[in-house]
Ligand binder design. Structure first.
Ligand SMILES: [Zn+2]
Length: 88
């Protein structure tokens, strides 16, 4: 059985099972969408739904949650997150 690891969504602030969320990790001054937790580093989580991802973007959750200031990389990552929703 998988362990229930709970994390807070930066979009809706609800606490959920990590399995239901997208992990974004700061590593080597770059950002990674990190579904398997293979990359270690400061991370934030967001639910895999449009509302939470939009809210994360609107509230600058990546910048604030990871204390990361590279607007270009944040924008790229936000685009990747939006694409993540389209994937099966
Ligand atoms: Zn959420």
């Amino acid at each position: 059985m998988k362990k229930n690891i709970l994390r807070q969504c930066k979009g809706c602030r609800n606490i959920k099972n990590r399995e239901e969320m997208v992990k974004i990790t700061l590593f080597n001054n770059s950002l990674f969408i990190n579904p398997n937790s293979k990359i270690m580093g400061r991370s934030i989580y967001v639910c895999k739904n449009e509302e939470c991802i939009k809210n994360l973007i609107k509230t600058k959750g990546i910048k604030r949650g990871l204390k990361f200031n590279d607007g270009e990389i944040i924008k790229e990552t936000e685009e990747k997150l939006k694409n993540f929703l389209i994937l099966p």
